[in-house]
Design a protein around this ligand. Structure first.
Ligand SMILES: Cc1cc2nc3c(=O)[nH]c(=O)nc-3n(C[C@H](O)[C@H](O)[C@H](O)COP(=O)(O)OP(=O)(O)OC[C@H]3O[C@@H](n4cnc5c(N)ncnc54)[C@H](O)[C@@H]3O)c2cc1C
Length: 496
C-alpha cells in the first residue's frame, strides 16, 4: 500500500543551497525520508549571497524559523529596498523598494493616475506614494506582528549556513564531512546510486540533490545536463568580494552602484559590511576591479579581496533522472536584485510539492523543469532590464548593454510600458508590477501614453487622493525609529 521508492535523500554540498535543502526537507518531510548531507570544509562555499528578497520570510515561516533567533544567529539587518546609483545616467539615483505604490484599481495601476497628475503638475515623485520607499529613504524601520511592512534581510552567508545546519541537524539531518571523489551510476539506467568519498565511504541514496556550486558535480560532470549561456544578455562574469568594518548606522537597503564595466554592491549587516565589484572581464581587468573596489569602500577591510568567476545562464535541465540541481549548480542569473537564495527556496518548495515518492517519473520531472525554466527566464528578463535601459555612453561596456538585442519577452514588456504605460505581473513572475514600475521609471523609460482612468477624476479629487496618500505615508514614516535603533532593540547588541 505504501510503495515508497524514494526514501533516502542525499544532498551533495553544504553551502546555502545544501543547508536550505536539508532544513526544508527534514522539517517538512522528516518522518517520511532520511536526509544526509555531504560537504567538504576544504573546498568551502562561495561565501557571498547576503542580500535577500521578502519571499525568504515565507520560506522561514513554512519551516517554523523564529525571526529573532535567525537574525541574531546571522547578524542580519532589515532590507526594504535597493538603491541604484548611476545606472541610467551618471549621477542618477533611485530606490527599488519592496512596497506597493499607491492603490491599484481593477481597471489599471495607480501609476496611470500618477502620470495624469504629473502631467497636470499635481504629483510628487512616484516613491512619495509608497510606504517602504519612503521609510528606506529616511533610513527608518519598524515591524511588529500586526505591521504590514514588506521587507527582507541582509544576512551573513557563512552564519546562515551554520544556522540552517544546526536547525537541520536537530530535525534529523545527518552530515558527512569529506570530499566526494566519484559519483556512481546504475549501469542499466544511469541513475545515480551513490557518492563515493575520498575516504572510500559510499553514500547511497534514492534521490540526490546537487548543491555543489558552480562545478555541478552531479548534474553536469556526471549527468551532462549542458548549459544555456546568457552572457550575451548578462555580460558580467566576475566579482571581487571584500568585507569591511561598519562605519555608521546600517541603512535598510542594499546599494548597487554602477561603474564603468559593471556595478558594486554594499550590503550592511549588523556586525560588518559586505562589498563587491561585479564586472565584465572583457572590459575591466581583475587588478583594475580590485583597485576600484578598494578605492570605493568606506570601512577598514577585514578580509582579503576574493575573486569569483561565473558564467550567467542555466543548466538545460535542473532535474535529470534522480538528481535535482539547486543553487549555483543549477545556474546563475546575476547578483543584481538578489534572487538566487529565493530561487533555491522556491525550488525546494516545488520539490516538496512534487516529491517523487513513487519514483522519478518523466511527467513529474518535466513539470518541475518547466516551472523552473519559466521562473528563471522571468527573473532573467527583469535583470536584463537594468542593463538595457541605460543611456550611459561613457564606456564600451554600457554602450554594448544599451545596444544589445534582448529576449522578445522583455522587448514586449518594454514596448508595452513605453507606448501605453502598461506594466503587469504574469503568473510565473517573481517581481510585482511595483518592481517593474520602479525600475522602468528609475531607468528613465518614460511612457508615451497611458490608461486614461485618471481622467475619470476631477483635478480636485485627484489632488486630494494623492495628497492624502502622501501625507499619511509621511506621517507614518516620521513616527518610525531609525533602522539601526530598531535593530539594536530587536536583538540586543551584546550578542552582536
Ligand atoms: C558574486 C556573487 C554575489 C551573490 N550575491 C547574492 C545575493 O546578494 N543574494 C542572493 O540571493 N544570492 C547571491 N548570490 C548567489 C548565492 O551566493 C548562492 O546562490 C548561494 O550562496 C548558494 O550557493 P551554493 O550553495 O549553490 O554553492 P556553494 O556555496 O559554492 O556551495 C557548494 C558546496 O558544495 C561543496 N562541494 C563542492 N564540491 C564538493 C566535493 N567534491 N565534495 C564535497 N563537497 C563538495 C562545497 O564544499 C560547498 O559546501 C551571489 C553569487 C555570486 C557569485
Amino acid at each position: 500500500m505504501h510503495d515508497q521508492r524514494v526514501k533516502k535523500v542525499v544532498i551533495a554540498g553544504g553551502g546555502t543551497a545544501g543547508w536550505c535543502a536539508a532544513a526544508a526537507l527534514t522539517s517538512q518531510l522528516g518522518p517520511l525520508i532520511d536526509v544526509t548531507l555531504v560537504e567538504s570544509e576544504d573546498i568551502g562555499t562561495v561565501g557571498v549571497g547576503e542580500a535577500t528578497i521578502p519571499t525568504i520570510r515565507t520560506f522561514h515561516h513554512l519551516l517554523g524559523i523564529d525571526e529573532r533567533a535567525f537574525m541574531r544567529a546571522t547578524q542580519a539587518s532589515f532590507k526594504l529596498a535597493i538603491m541604484f546609483e548611476n545606472w541610467a545616467r551618471l549621477g542618477d539615483r533611485y530606490l527599488h523598494s519592496f512596497g506597493q505604490i499607491g492603490k491599484p484599481t481593477w481597471m489599471g495601476g495607480f501609476h496611470n493616475v500618477w502620470l495624469q497628475a504629473r502631467a497636470e503638475g499635481l504629483a510628487g515623485e512616484i516613491g512619495d506614494y509608497c510606504f517602504e520607499h519612503e521609510a528606506a529613504k529616511a533610513g527608518k524601520f519598524f515591524t511588529s506582528p500586526e505591521a504590514k511592512i514588506n521587507y527582507a534581510y541582509h544576512l551573513d552567508a557563512g552564519l546562515y549556513g551554520r544556522f540552517l545546519r544546526e536547525f537541520s541537524e536537530t530535525k534529523g539531518a545527518k552530515r558527512i564531512e569529506g570530499k566526494i571523489q566519484e559519483v556512481e551510476q546504475r549501469p542499466d539506467d544511469g541513475f545515480i546510486s551513490a557518492l563515493v568519498m575520498e575516504s572510500g565511504e559510499r553514500v547511497e541514496g534514492d534521490l540526490f540533490i546537487d548543491c555543489t556550486g558552480f562545478r555541478g558535480l552531479l548534474i553536469e560532470q556526471t549527468l551532462k545536463a549542458g548549459y544555456e549561456d546568457w552572457s550575451h544578455w548578462l555580460p558580467t562574469d566576475s566579482a571581487i568580494a571584500l568585507q569591511t568594518a561598519s562605519v555608521g548606522p546600517a541603512p535598510p537597503y542594499t546599494r548597487a552602484s554602477a561603474h564603468e564595466a559593471g556595478w558594486r554592491w554594499r550590503i550592511p549587516l549588523r556586525h560588518r559590511v559586505g562589498n563587491g565589484a561585479v564586472f565584465c572581464s572583457r572590459y575591466l581587468s581583475d587588478d583594475e576591479a580590485r583597485a576600484y573596489l578598494l578605492g570605493a569602500i568606506d570601512g577598514e577591510p577585514i578580509t582579503e579581496p576574493r575573486l569569483i568567476r561565473y558564467r550567467t545562464g542555466k543548466r538545460r535541465k535542473a532535474w535529470i533522472k534522480n538528481c535535482v540541481a539547486l543553487g549555483l549548480s543549477s545556474g546563475f542569473v546575476e547578483p543584481l536584485e538578489s534572487t538566487s537564495i529565493h530561487l533555491i527556496q522556491i525550488g525546494l518548495t516545488r520539490l516538496i510539492q512534487l516529491f517523487p515518492f513513487s519514483g522519478c517519473h518523466n511527467a513529474l520531472v518535466r513539470r518541475y523543469n518547466e516551472q523552473a525554466d519559466v521562473e528563471l527566464e522571468r527573473v532573467r528578463d527583469f535583470i536584463i532590464l537594468h542593463y538595457k535601459l541605460t543611456e550611459r555612453d561613457d564606456s564600451p561596456f554600457w554602450r554594448r548593454c544599451r545596444d544589445m538585442e534582448i529576449p522578445d519577452t522583455l522587448a514586449q514588456r518594454i514596448a508595452l510600458f513605453r507606448d501605453d504605460a502598461y506594466a503587469y505581473q504574469g503568473p510565473e513572475d517573481l517581481f510585482r508590477v511595483d518592481s517593474w514600475l520602479q525600475v522602468m521609471l528609475g531607468q528613465r523609460l518614460e511612457p508615451q501614453g497611458r490608461h486614461h482612468l485618471g481622467r475619470l477624476m476631477t483635478r480636485e479629487q485627484m489632488q486630494g487622493a494623492l495628497d492624502s496618500l502622501k501625507n499619511n505615508i509621511a506621517d507614518a514614516v516620521a513616527k518610525m525609529p531609525d533602522h539601526q535603533t530598531f535593530l539594536e532593540q530587536y536583538y540586543p547588541p551584546a550578542e552582536a
